[in-house]
Design a protein around this ligand. Structure first.
Ligand SMILES: [Zn+2]
Length: 428
C-alpha cells in the first residue's frame, strides 16, 4: 500500500468516538507524574473531539530496533496528513526482563560482523518483576554503556575508512562524539526523573525523537502504558464479561484449528480463568488465576506457591485480547498499525463486532522495516539497528525517513559517514 491508499482507508472509517475524559485525565497523569513531561494541550483537545481519528500501535518498551519506532512515527506522520487524527502508542511496561531480553540490549555491529549486544544492568532479583516495578538504570550503568559505544567507535570507524578508501584525517569524528554526549545526557536525565525502567525508556525516546520530529510530537503522537489500562473506568465493566470473553476465545480457536491455522488457544481453558496476569508474591513470576467470589487463586508455575488474593490485587495488566477489546471502547481506536497479524486478532475483533456491536479497528499491516547502513555494518546494512545507534550516527534528515518514507518503502538510512563515500563518486 502507498501512503495515499492508507490515508483513504483510514478516512473511510466512520466509527469514530471521542476518547473519554477519564482516559485524557490518566494520560495527563502519566505524562506529568511518571514521565515528568508536559502533555501537549493540542493533543488533549484533539482527543476530546468526536471528529478525531485515533490510530493505535503497541509494543514492549525498548530503545532497540528501528522497525518498532517506525510503527508509531509513520502512524503519526499519517495522522498529521489526515489532520484530525492522533497516533496513540501503547507502551508494554508490564513485561518481565526474563521474557523480554530485548529490553536492555543495544545492538552494534563490529567491523563487518554481528557484534555481541551491549546490555544495561538489570539486577538478578529484578528479572522476573514487571518493567514498571524495576528501577531505571543507574548513572554508572549508562556511563558504562557510553564507554562501550565509544570504545567500539574507533575500530568501526577504522574499518569503514579502510573499506571505502577514506583518508581518516579528513573524516570528522566529532559528529559521533557530540551525539554520544547528548544521548548520554538525555538517558541520565531521564533516569533521574523517572521511577521505573519502562518510564525511563519511554521518556528517553520521547525526548530524543521529539527533537527529530517536533511537528509529530506536538500534536499527533502520544504514549500510554499498558499497565494503566486497568485504571480505565470501562475495565471493571468488561471484567463482568470474563466468562463470555473466554467462551469466545475458545470458539474462535476451534474455528482456527478447523481451518488448519495456528489457533489462539491450543487447549481448553476454564471459563473463569483471568484475562490478565498476576505476579506471584513469592517469586514475581506471572500467572493467570481462577476467579471466583471476588478472589483469584493459582499455583505459581515457577515456584509452586499456592496463592489466593483479591481479584483486583496483584495483577499488572489485561492480556492482549482483553486490551484490544478495551481500547476501542475506552479510547475510540479506529485503526491499528501492526507489524504482524497474530491469531489473537480474530478473537479480539470478533468479540468487538459480534458481542459489543462495535466495528473493530482496521488493522493496517506495516510489513517493511528500515535498513541502517553505518560504521561497522556488513554489505547490505543492518535490519536490527537500535534506535540509540541510529541517533549517534545519522543526521536528522536521514532519521526522518522513519516517518516520511512511503508506507510501502523500506527506508534505507545512511550514517553521516557515508558523506565521505559519496565524495569519492559512490552515491549511497
Ligand atoms: Zn512464584
Amino acid at each position: 500500500m502507498k501512503d495515499s491508499e492508507v490515508i483513504s482507508k483510514i478516512k473511510a472509517l466512520h466509527h469514530r468516538r471521542a476518547a473519554n475524559g477519564e482516559f485524557r485525565g490518566l494520560l495527563r497523569e502519566y505524562y506529568e507524574k511518571r514521565l515528568a513531561l508536559r502533555l501537549g494541550g493540542e493533543v488533549e483537545d484533539a482527543l476530546s473531539s468526536e471528529d478525531t481519528i485515533v490510530i493505535e500501535a503497541s509494543h514492549g518498551a525498548q530503545l532497540g530496533h528501528l522497525g518498532i519506532h517506525r510503527l508509531y512515527l509513520k502512524g503519526a506522520q499519517l495522522a498529521r496528513r489526515i489532520g484530525n487524527a492522533v497516533m496513540l502508542f501503547l507502551v508494554g511496561d508490564q513485561y518481565q526482563p526474563v521474557m523480554y531480553p530485548e529490553i536492555n540490549r543495544v545492538y552494534f555491529p563490529k567491523c563487518g560482523r554481528r557484534g555481541t549486544p551491549f546490555t544495561l544492568l538489570i539486577k538478578k532479583q529484578d528479572r522476573r518483576r514487571p518493567l514498571y516495578d524495576i528501577p531505571p538504570p543507574s548513572e554508572k550503568s549508562i556511563l558504562r554503556l557510553k564507554n562501550q559505544m565509544l570504545g567500539l567507535f574507533g575500530p568501526n570507524f577504522h574499518h569503514f575508512c579502510t573499506l571505502h578508501g577514506i583518508d581518516k584525517k579528513h573524516a570528522d569524528r566529532s559528529f559521533f562524539r557530540e551525539n554520544l554526549e547528548y544521548v548520554t545526557e538525555v538517558l541520565i536525565e531521564s533516569a533521574s526523573k523517572t521511577e521505573n525502567y519502562a518510564d525511563w525508556v519511554t521518556r528517553s525516546q520521547i525526548v530524543l525523537l521529539s527533537r527529530v520530529f517536533p511537528e509529530l510530537f506536538e500534536r499527533h503522537l502520544v504514549f500510554f502504558p499498558i499497565s494503566m489500562l486497568r485504571c480505565l473506568p470501562e475495565f471493571p465493566d468488561l471484567l463482568e464479561k470474563v466468562e463470555e470473553v473466554n467462551e469466545h476465545k475458545l470458539g474462535v480457536s476451534r474455528l482456527q484449528k478447523l481451518r488448519g491455522e495456528t489457533p489462539y488457544l491450543s487447549r481448553r481453558i476454564p471459563l473463569n480463568l483471568s484475562p490478565f496476569w498476576y505476579h506471584c508474591p513469592e517469586c514475581s513470576s506471572r500467572n493467570r488465576g481462577l476467579l471466583s467470589d471476588g478472589e483469584a487463586s493459582y499455583t505459581c508455575t515457577t515456584c509452586g506457591a499456592e496463592v489466593v488474593q483479591k481479584i483486583e490485587e496483584g495483577f499488572s495488566n489485561p492480556d492482549i485480547v482483553f486490551s484490544q477489546i478495551l481500547t476501542p471502547v475506552a479510547m475510540g481506536t479506529t485503526a491499528r498499525i501492526v507489524g504482524h497479524v497474530h491469531p489473537y486478532a480474530e478473537v479480539a475483533d470478533g468479540y468487538l463486532s459480534k458481542k459489543l456491536g462495535i466495528p473493530p479497528p482496521e488493522r493496517l499491516l506495516l510489513g517493511t522495516f528500515p535498513v541502517f547502513h553505518g560504521l561497522g555494518d556488513a554489505d547490505g546494512g543492518d535490519t536490527r539497528c537500535s534506535l540509540i545507534r541510529a541517533l549517534l550516527e545519522a543526521e536528522q534528515g536521514e532519521l526522518r525517513k522513519l516517518a516520511y518514507d512511503d508506507w510501502s518503502s523500506c527506508p534505507e538510512i545512511y550514517s553521516y559517514y557515508y558523506r565521505y563515500v559519496s565524495l569519492k563518486g559512490e552515491q549511497p
